[in-house]
Structures are given as structure tokens and as C-alpha cells.
Design a protein around this ligand. Structure first.
Ligand code: ASP
Length: 599
């Protein structure tokens, strides 16, 4: 019995036709001597009815033995549901199948958790869902995620094709490069003591493709990073990876705006306005305290460095004297914050090295705070006018070096929005997508512990041309041609215009990043050599595809949009990987295990 229709297809116009449906028993009800089976397939479900008066007893008994998730084919006539029994919630809710034949294709044991009830499924422990992922994926919500992911991947491919891009696959057996995160290593069987590394991104290959003359490359690329998994990271993930030749930053902005416009239209039917606003790294930190600001709400940081320079409150004036700043936010309506909430915010501040957190609660017409007694009228007036202080507000301060003060308040700003949400005050509108480009990042950051510069993005990012002479003299001042695309406070991706002159790339590796020349030659020699044979100017970007789909699906976790994700410990609970291997396999690879940890 081969299916004639899928389970979301039949309507009153099919009434009278004999059809065959195949799928899973979604639910079973025994009512008034009849058996009702809802049959589900990927597309939807249809009600089927077994009536003992018109059926062989054997067939009816077979139906009676079925339970949820058994696999069946049923054949019968499409008919109207009896008056008053239509189900308006499903598209097939006006019809049912009067069953004439049943084929049981497979039985199913009782499931470890229900897949037919979204409410119940939401309460199932995620570990159980991951162990039985094939059952989890039967749930309508998860199937929707897979479908949307597939649709977006196709839309992206069509978009890039229209724009003249070639999709090129780059190797996933690569070599180790000291480029960023820790890598997964794959021992080689043929080269004794040698290892491949799984790529963190196709960065170097895509640049080489530009040298090869491909001009416009994209790939839905699998990338690997062996990092301690922070919440919602995966050791393997997918990027929409892009590289183009003979372009500048504007071309990348326009391309990605076009792509996201197409994707939002395809996935959500939504028109997103372009071009996206742009904000510099410095302004993002000054106003939002973070380089991926959520601009759907205000609560912006205000600066009081000038006002508190000579303050009698030594925490403020002292921080300024040490080259720092004083900044504050007004968490409107949060004067009633609990002790616990203030403590959490204080912990954030301490996590950044602050000694505490100064705050003012504006309650009962009074400023309640141990520090208010230090403020003179002019200082109070400045606070009132810049922060628009009113009854019920909570003012929070950070006095520290610029970046630290910004980051403390950036974190607290987001936390306050969460607290307000908990109180039913929605400061962040949920139905909006605020895209923005963050631009003009510093090319380098300084690692105090290691006493050396590191690349803010990666070492292939080009400095702003006028700043190239500063590379050796004043690296801190060098701006990078790097950009990030941010939506609702989430970094969706980032990229840069690249260095394409071998001499500049060598300077960055050796003089700025202090990578020893022999290591540069061993790890990046082929790239520097390639650049000598006519490398066009080029640049690109990569978007986190899993993150993109999670945003479109409205789920906070990328695990929900990856068919077979790993746990936070990097394990697959369904297949039990990683796993041990046979001694022979190790011998073939010339590997020997030490069971004790090597110091
Ligand atoms: N390869 C970079 C990354 O993975 C993105 C880029 O610069 O294109 O972050």
C-alpha cells in the first residue's frame, strides 16, 4: 500500500476518493465502539476511523493493538466529519478517512517521552531529548526548525548564485595554525608524529581562493573549535562564509544586507529595512557598554567624568585621576530592586575588578544612597539632567578605566532589562529585529598577562590604510578594517578587509604579534608565498548559520536548530561520542595513551 497523499493534503474537495496515507500513529481514541487514529507524517495529520461494523474483526483487532508512534498505512474513503466534530486547529480538520484496509509497518515501544504534546515536551529534560534525538525531532517544533534551516540554506545559495558567487568546498582536514581557539587534532597514519587539524574557519583557504582568481566565493562551511564550551557554543558549527576580490567594506555591507533581507523574507515573510545603521566600536561602548549592543531599548550610559573630576567622593575623583572615567545608567522604575538583585549587579562589577557598585535609589522623593552626601548641587543637577532622574529610578555607577567602566554598565544594563521583564515591564520589544554594523574596531588588543598584542579579529585583518605606519610605532592607535553584524544584541557575524601585501602581513605576524619567524614560515609560509604571485585586494565575512536560524526560530539555544548537537561537555548522548578506540587503531597511528594526565 503506497501512499497517495500526505497527511496534510486532504480537504472536503477530496470527499468520496479512496486514498492511502502512511505515517505514525499520532494519537488514538476509543469512542463509542469506534477507534480513531490520527495518522501523522512530516506534513501534518489526518483523522482515520475504524468502525467494527464495516471491517473484518482481524483488522479491527490489529487497530486496537496499536499505540502511539506505531508506523502504519491506511486505505479508505475520504468523508465529512460528523456535524459538530470539525477540528478548526488543523487544516484537515473537516474530513476523516473511513478505513477499509490497514497495514502495520512497524510497532513502537512506549516512548521515553511524549512527542505529540508541545506542553509536555517542553518539560522533558534536555539530556533525554538528546539521547533520543530521533524522537525529539519528530516533534512539530523541531521539525519546523529543520525545515526552516533547509529553506534558509537554499535561499542563501540561490541569493549567492544570483550575485555571481561560486560555492567552493574547502578541506576539513587542515593543519594546525596558531590563529585563535584550540583546535581538534587528527593524527595522521602515513606521516608519523604528524597531525591534521580541523579548521576553525576556512579563512586561509578562502583567501587563497582569491589569489586563485575565484573573485566571489561562498560556502556553508563546517567549522570546529575545541574550546571549553560556554553556554550555547558547539564544538562544530556552520558558518555562511564569504570572500570577494576588488571590493571595499561598502560592498560587503550591501551584500550581507541583501542576503539578510532575502532570508528574513523567505523565513518569516518579513521586510527588514536596509541599509542597517552603523555604529563605531567606541560609540557602542560609550552608549551601550558592549560591542554588540541591543538597540531595541535605551537605558544608555551617560558620562560624568567632567562633572566628578573634583568630587569629594574619592572613589570617583580617584578613578578619574588614575586616567579613568565615571559613567552611570538610569534603570527606570527599578528603585525597588531587591538586595539579591543589587548583589548580582555588584558581582558583575567585581567580576571586572571593581571594588563595589555605587547606586542611588530614588524613592519617596529622596535619593537613598550612602554616597549622596558627597555630591554638591552642581553634581546632582548634572545627574538629574543627563539621566532624567524621576521617582522610582535606580541609578548605577561605574568608576574605572574606560573599557572596564563601559563593560560593567553594559552588563548591568542587560541585567536590569531582564529584571524589569520579570516584573512584567517589557523594556525590550520582542517582535523587533534591530540590525546594525559595528565598525572601526581597534586592530589590536593588549594582553597584560602575556605582555603582547593580539588581533582583535584575526591576524589577516587589514589596518586602515592611513594607520599602517603606526603598526610599528603605536599599535594601540591602529584601526582595523573589521566589521561585525549585530542583531538584537547578538553578534551574527564578522569579517574584514584583508591584508593582501606579503610585507604587511609579515610585519603583523612578526613585529606586531611577535610570532617567531620560523613559526611564521612553518605555519603561514604558503599564504605569504601565495601573496607574492599576484594577490588581489580582498575581504569577506562569516555569519554564524546556527545562530541565524535560532534567531529566526525564536529559540534561545542553537542546540534546538542543530539536528544532532553536542552537550555542553562536547559529547553526543545518542551515539556516545567521543569514545575509546581499539588498541590496533592506536598502533596504526603510532599513538600510545598515558592514562595519567600529563602535567
Ligand atoms: N574567518 C572569520 C571567522 O571565522 C570570519 C572572517 O573574517 O571572514 O570569524
Amino acid at each position: 500500500m503506497k501512499r497517495t497523499h500526505h497527511c496534510n493534503e486532504l480537504r472536503p474537495s477530496h470527499i468520496g476518493q479512496t486514498v492511502t496515507l502512511s505515517g505514525w500513529v499520532h494519537s488514538r481514541r476509543d469512542l463509542g465502539g469506534l477507534i480513531f487514529l490520527d495518522i501523522r507524517d512530516r506534513e501534518g495529520r489526518t483523522q482515520t476511523v475504524f468502525d467494527p461494523s464495516g471491517l473484518a474483526k482481524e483488522l479491527f483487532d490489529q487497530a486496537a493493538a496499536l499505540r502511539s508512534e506505531c508506523v502504519v498505512s491506511v486505505t479508505g474513503k475520504v468523508r465529512h466529519r460528523p456535524a459538530g466534530t470539525n477540528n478548526a486547529k488543523i487544516p484537515t480538520g473537516e474530513i476523516e478517512i473511513g478505513v477499509a484496509a490497514l497495514e502495520v509497518l512497524n510497532m513502537a515501544e512506549v516512548l521515553p517521552f511524549p512527542v505529540d504534546d508541545p506542553e509536555a515536551a517542553g518539560k522533558v529534560h534536555e539530556e533525554l531529548r538528546l539521547k533520543y534525538r530521533y524522537l525529539d525531532l519528530r516533534r512539530a517544533e523541531m521539525l519546523h526548525h529543520l525545515r526552516l534551516r533547509s529553506k534558509v540554506a537554499t535561499a542563501a545559495r540561490v541569493f549567492f548564485d544570483e550575485q555571481g558567487f561560486l560555492e567552493v568546498e574547502t578541506p576539513t582536514l587542515f593543519k594546525s595554525t596558531p590563529e585563535g581557539a584550540r583546535e581538534f587534532l587528527v593524527p595522521s597514519r602515513t606521516g608519523i608524529g604528524q597531525f591534521y587539524a580541523l579548521p576553525q574557519s576556512p579563512q586561509q583557504f578562502k583567501q587563497i581562493l582569491m589569489v586563485a582568481g575565484v573573485e566571489k566565493y561562498f560556502q556553508l562551511a563546517r567549522c570546529y573549535r575545541d574550546e571549553d564550551l560556554r553556554a550555547d557554543r558547539q564544538p562544530e558549527f556552520t558558518q555562511v562564509d564569504v570572500e570577494m576580490s576588488f571590493i571595499d567594506r561598502e560592498d560587503i555591507y550591501a551584500l550581507i544586507e541583501g542576503l539578510l533581507k532575502r532570508v528574513w523574507k523567505t523565513a518569516l515573510g518579513a521586510d527588514i529595512p536596509t541599509p542597517f545603521p552603523r555604529i563605531t566600536f567606541e560609540e557602542a561602548l560609550n552608549r551601550y557598554g558592549i560591542d554588540k549592543p541591543d538597540t531595541r531599548f535605551g537605558m544608555e550610559l551617560a558620562d560624568f567624568t567632567a562633572e566628578f573630576k573634583a568630587s569629594t567622593f574619592k572613589v570617583f575623583s580617584g578613578a578619574i585621576a588614575a586616567g579613568g572615567v565615571v559613567k552611570a545608567i538610569n534603570a527606570k522604575g527599578l528603585a525597588g530592586a531587591t538586595q539579591g538583585q543589587i548583589e548580582t549587579m555588584t558581582e558583575y562589577a567585581k567580576g571586572f575588578g571593581a571594588k563595589g557598585l555605587a547606586f542611588i535609589k530614588v524613592e519617596g522623593g529622596e535619593w537613598k544612597s550612602p554616597i549622596v552626601k558627597f555630591f554638591n548641587d552642581a553634581e546632582k543637577q548634572a545627574l538629574i539632567s543627563k539621566l532624567k532622574i524621576e521617582e522610582g529610578d535606580l541609578i548605577l555607577f561605574a568608576a574605572d578605566q574606560w573599557l572596564t567602566a563601559c563593560e560593567i554598565l553594559g552588563k548591568i544594563r542587560l541585567y536590569c532589562a531582564e529584571v524589569l521583564k520579570g516584573q512584567g515591564k517589557l523594556v525590550i520589544p520582542a517582535d523587533r529585529f534591530n540590525f546594525l554594523w559595528v565598525i572601526e574596531f581597534p586592530l589590536l588588543g593588549f594582553d597584560r598577562e602575556q605582555n603582547r598584542w593580539y588581533s582583535s579579529h584575526h591576524p589577516f585583518t587589514a589596518p586602515v590604510t592611513e594607520d599602517i605606519p603606526l603598526l610599528k610605532t603605536d599599535p594601540k592607535k591602529v584601526r582595523g578594517q573589521h566589521y561585525d553584524i549585530v542583531v538584537n544584541g547578538v553578534e551574527l557575524g564578522g569579517g574584514s578587509i584583508r591584508i593582501h601585501q606579503p610585507a604587511v602581513q609579515k610585519t603583523v605576524f612578526e613585529d606586531v604579534l611577535q610570532i617567531p619567524p620560523d613559526m611564521v614560515a612553518a605555519r603561514f609560509g604558503y599564504l605569504l608565498e601565495a601573496f607574492k604571485y599576484g594577490a588581489p585586494p580582498h575581504g569577506g565575512i562569516a555569519l554564524g548559520f546556527d545562530r541565524l536560524i535560532a534567531i529566526l526560530c525564536g529559540t534561545p539555544s542553537i542546540r534546538d536548530v542543530i539536528a544532532f548537537p553536542k552537550t555542553a561537555k562536547g559529547t553526543c548522548l545518542m551515539t556516545d561520542s567521543p569514545d575509546t578506540v581499539e588498541p590496533k587503531q592506536l598502533r596504526d597511528l603510532y599513538l600510545e595513551l598515558k592514562t595519567a594526565k600529563i602535567a
